[in-house]
Design a protein around this ligand. Structure first.
Ligand SMILES: Nc1nc2c(ncn2[C@@H]2O[C@H](COP(=O)(O)OP(=O)(O)OP(=O)(O)O)[C@@H](O)[C@H]2O)c(=O)[nH]1
Ligand SMILES: [Mg+2]
Length: 459
């Protein structure tokens, strides 16, 4: 069940604890009358000057001063919640804010539930659901890509796109259903069905949008970089160098690393997940072979690969095979052990190295690692560029898009096998409904509670 919208609600909008200021937000139809009980000399001057901060004494029930604070009035409907809102900008610290909230509650306000201010903004039509989700994403963001995604949602990027698809579906559905509803009207064959090519175009639009989700989510968890190469070339040493700590075991016995070991790494604004892997070789024993299988999975999942070669040895058949196997991925080739005499020439098999980034490093001494870091940052910004061109999505949106796409697929099939118009209309309705769920034009209490319970109290 949703909380009662007719209540006037109050909450601390800033984090609790000691701080410069504490903002207490009051929202609802009775905001001004409730506030008039705590503002010395009443609420008049505050209401007459909307959006202006006015310094006032705030009083408890016995007329004692709680604080000398700035009070500001936002007049309905152009406020965060769409309702009358009053904010009290008090001195920081829990005692003052708790006392003021207690006093406002004693005058008739109710303590707000998590996310209730934003839920009201949604229910009052100030924002749609994707924008509400953008607000939550903005509050919880910890990295640059998720920040830009949150801002885009907040600004209504996804809302506009979904509404445009909704309108296209409505343009098809409305006349089609009118014909179904009034079969007595004469209709020719053309009218009694829907052009599947138009549906295919809408489906493509939905599929393209859904594909953007994979792009954005891959940067949410960090760009995945797998370090691969044959045994003993210095993969684990390089991993430790990047992490600037001794995270993985390094040893001169080939086959030291048997499992895939992963660590998070921030380079500038970029978030990475680095995977150290078992060395790849053909004649591996049982356990090592299992490790090699895991390495292959890590390569599949990686957004980019670092291939490590031991430059103190000539290029081996295994090195060449590894280079060939990962050539479809964004690639950085590290010629490691540059502190030793080089016996590896990239000119021997130039096709393996052509147009690849090649960096000489010594994981033992740390030489050249800065160049590798620069290269990783470059890969990251290329990836982010790709993502920024896509309209950002959350998992919830993605799920609805997939269902809509399936429904359109069914509709196209229904047209092709000449099913009754009712059956086609049903599939089209499902696709439309999925669009409405994304923006919240259709919703149920469960969905709202699920979304808004993730907010903090006071937002
Ligand atoms: N001289 C020199 N030795 C290095 C360098 N990098 C690694 N080594 C040595 O090479 C050996 C293997 O290093 P690791 O980092 O364990 O190599 P790996 O590729 O992880 O090996 P596996 O886990 O067995 O596949 C160790 O003895 C390292 O000290 C380097 O830049 N120069
Ligand atoms: Mg290793």
């Amino acid at each position: 069940m949703l909380p009662d919208m007719s209540d006037t609600i109050v909450a601390l909008a800033t984090p609790s604890g000691e701080g410069g200021i504490a903002v207490i937000r009051l929202s609802g139809a009775d905001s001004t009358s409730i506030a008039s009980n705590v503002i010395e000399n009443g609420v008049g001057e505050t209401i007459e000057n909307p959006r202006m901060m006015i310094l006032k004494n705030l009083l408890d029930k016995n007329g004692g001063i709680i604080d000398n604070a700035l009070v500001v009035y936002f007049k309905t409907p152009t406020t965060y919640t769409g309702e009358d809102v009053i904010e009290f900008h008090c001195h920081g610290g829990d005692f003052v804010s708790h006392k003021l909230i207690e006093t406002l509650v004693s005058h008739g306000a109710r303590r707000a539930e998590a996310g209730e201010f934003t839920m009201r903004a949604f229910l009052n039509g100030r924002i749609d659901l994707t924008q509400a989700e953008g607000i939550l994403a903005l509050i919880t963001t910890g990295a640059s890509p998720s920040h830009s995604r949150a801002v885009s949602l907040l600004r209504g990027g996804l809302k506009e796109k979904i509404n445009s698809i909704r309108d296209k579906l409505l343009d098809i559905i409305a006349p089609f259903e009118a014909i179904i509803d009034h079969p007595e009207d004469d209709m020719d064959d053309e009218q009694s069905t829907v052009n599947p090519d138009i549906l295919a175009l809408i489906k493509k639009e939905i599929d393209d949008l859904a594909a953007g989700f994979v792009e954005t989510s891959k940067l949410e968890t960090g760009m995945k970089i797998a370090i691969v190469g044959r045994p003993n070339v210095g993969k684990s040493s390089l991993m430790n160098c990047l992490l600037m700590k001794r995270r993985v075991l390094v040893h001169d016995t080939p086959g030291t690393t048997r499992d895939v070991i992963t660590e998070e790494l921030m380079l500038g604004e970029g978030r990475f997940r680095i995977y150290d892997t078992a060395g790849l070789r053909d004649d591996a024993a049982d356990i090592e072979r299992e490790g090699i299988e895991l390495t292959k999975e890590a390569i599949d999942e990686a957004n980019a690969v670092i291939v490590v070669l031991d430059s103190s040895e000539p290029l081996s058949k295994e090195d060449a095979e590894i280079l060939r196997n990962v050539s479809h991925k964004p690639l950085v080739i590290c010629l490691n052990k540059s502190d030793k005499k080089s016996k590896l020439s990239v000119d021997e098999q130039p096709e393996l190295f052509k147009s690849k980034s090649i960096i000489r490093v010594s994981a033992l001494k740390g030489d050249g690692v800065d160049n590798l870091i620069d290269e990783l940052k470059k890969l990251y910004s290329e990836n982010v560029g790709e993502v920024e061109s896509a309209i950002p999505l959350l998992k919830r949106h993605h799920g609805h898009l997939l269902k809509a796409s399936d429904a359109l697929e069914d509709a196209i099939e229904a047209i092709e096998i000449l099913l009754a118009p009712d059956a086609i209309a049903l599939d089209l309705r499902i696709a439309l409904e999925e669009m409405l769920f994304i923006t919240g034009e259709s919703f149920d209490d469960i969905l709202l509670n699920e979304i808004f319970s993730n907010f903090c109290v006071g937002k």
